[in-house]
Write a protein that binds this ligand. Structure first.
Ligand code: HEC
Ligand code: HEC
Ligand code: HEC
Length: 360
């Protein structure tokens, strides 16, 4: 008995060296062309499904799934996901079919009830190791990921035309190749989400028309450098030629501000409370008057105009500031100084108030 244990111990000690030696010989095939053995394939997908199921347990699913960002999510799917997963409009790229494992055509997967909403959230946020399925470009924007989950739920019901209408809107542009360097093509690409009039498609996409030029340009720089967190806009900014950021900013700053589509007006009491904070701040909570900057745009060309901005967008940005998840231009510090003191009810009131104002 004594001797047998000794043998086992020696064998265990040698095992790692034997394994490294076997790999060092190079006979282990890492090529993707010949595929996995069936058992490896089964095992890997089993491991992935089990992991996703377990890590999705604590995820809280918003009820109902948010729909404000549906158009932007579809637009992002077109440039960020369809190459690997197909869309109702185009099949996935040929090279994607040679990946190991091969990314599935998602409409087929989603038509079944293989994944719950929480599991889809987990996959899209964190990606899948060893497979080529990427994580969301930032871990700070759960709202964008929920918008993507809402879109994924919708996708199996969309035919090619309905999908294009959602991902492109009335814009006739096609998804552009990365680093495009002519303004006209780029503006057509931005129009997929921001609309040809710069008013934004859906309540999650901000109005750019008439916004301050310097603020727009510096925001594009911030997205491209990942100093402002958004998976959707970081991709759009990186796909554009940075030499054209100044021209893009000037283009949108000069667009006339169109009338906003009619929306339900927030309650008068909420708006009144928002107005009071905007004008006087909340000195007890160290919150300054918002208007001291946002109503005095002449003081600094990098202060954004927020009068008449989209309600849902304002609310999201203030929540991100309060949670210390929103970077931005070199002046973002001025917002960071006090934003963590903002309470949910302050944010609600301020977003309501500013969304009802006439644009400056
Ligand atoms: C570079 C290719 C690639 C891109 C881009 C990509 N994926 Fe994937 N994705 C994969 C691969 C490969 C798998 C399979 C993982 C596995 O089977 O373990 C996968 C799996 C998934 C799954 C689980 C499907 C299943 O049943 O296996 C979902 C959902 C998904 N991706 C959504 C997305 C979304 C949404 C995007 C865009 C934000 C995206 N993917 C971008 C490669 C990609
Ligand atoms: C796939 C959809 C999509 C595309 C394409 C897109 N955007 Fe955006 N854009 C968004 C969303 C969503 C936001 C809000 C992001 C956030 O929460 O930070 C945004 C925000 C912005 C902002 C910040 C505005 C503010 O008030 O802070 C600028 C500037 C901007 N986009 C410019 C552009 C330009 C220029 C292009 C074309 C090169 C473009 N976008 C393409 C969806 C898109
Ligand atoms: C000292 C000046 C200053 C004060 C005071 C101030 N802000 Fe700001 N605010 C800024 C600057 C500068 C930015 C641009 C941040 C960036 O992205 O770099 C900004 C950004 C914002 C944005 C995002 C705009 C967009 O298009 O994404 C909102 C919303 C906002 N502020 C609301 C408020 C509210 C509400 C208050 C009052 C509670 C307030 N601000 C007080 C300077 C100020």
């Amino acid at each position: 008995m004594h001797i047998r244990w000794k043998h086992v111990a020696i064998a265990l000690a040698i095992l790692p060296f034997a394994a490294v030696f076997a790999v060092w010989t190079g006979l282990f095939n890492v090529g993707a062309a010949s595929g996995h053995w069936k058992i490896t394939d089964w095992f890997l997908h089993f491991a992935m499904q089990s992991s996703v199921r377990t890590y999705a347990l604590p995820v809280e699913v918003p009820e109902p799934l948010p729909r404000e960002g549906l158009a932007a999510a579809a637009g992002h799917f077109e440039t960020g996901c369809a190459v690997c997963h197909s869309s109702p409009d185009v099949p996935r790229d040929a090279w994607a079919r040679q990946m190991l494992p091969e990314p599935p055509a998602l409409s087929d997967v989603l038509a079944s009830d293989k994944w719950t909403d929480a599991e889809l959230f987990r996959i899209v946020k964190h990606g899948v190791r060893f497979t080529g399925m990427p994580a969301w470009p930032t871990q700070d924007r759960d709202d964008e990921i929920w918008a993507m989950v809402a879109f994924l739920r919708e996708m199996p019901d969309l035919d090619a035309k309905a999908y294009r209408d959602l991902a492109y809107g009335p814009s006739s542009a096609n998804a552009v190749a990365p680093a495009v360097n002519d303004l006209e093509t780029l503006v057509a690409d931005c129009a997929r989400c921001h609309g040809e009039d710069g008013m934004g498609r859906g309540d999650a996409v901000p109005v750019l028309a008439g916004q301050q030029r310097t603020y727009l340009e510096e925001s594009l720089v911030a997205y491209a450098a990942n100093r402002r967190e958004s998976g959707v806009m970081t991709q759009a900014a990186l796909d554009a030629d940075a030499d054209l950021f100044a021209d893009l900013a000037a283009y949108y700053a000069d667009l006339p501000r169109a009338d906003m589509e009619t929306r339900t007006a927030p309650g008068a009491e909420l708006v009144e409370r928002g107005r009071a904070i905007a004008m006087e701040g909340l000195p007890d909570d160290d919150i300054p008057s918002c208007d001291s900057c946002h109503a005095r745009l002449d003081r600094n060309p990098a202060y954004p105009a927020i009068d008449g901005q989209k309600h849902h967008y304002l609310q999201t940005q203030l929540e991100l500031f309060a949670e210390e998840k929103r970077g931005g231009t070199s002046l973002a510090e001025t917002m960071h100084e006090f934003s963590r003191h903002l309470k949910p009810e302050d944010i609600e009131a301020l977003a309501a108030y500013y969304s009802t104002l006439e644009p400056q």
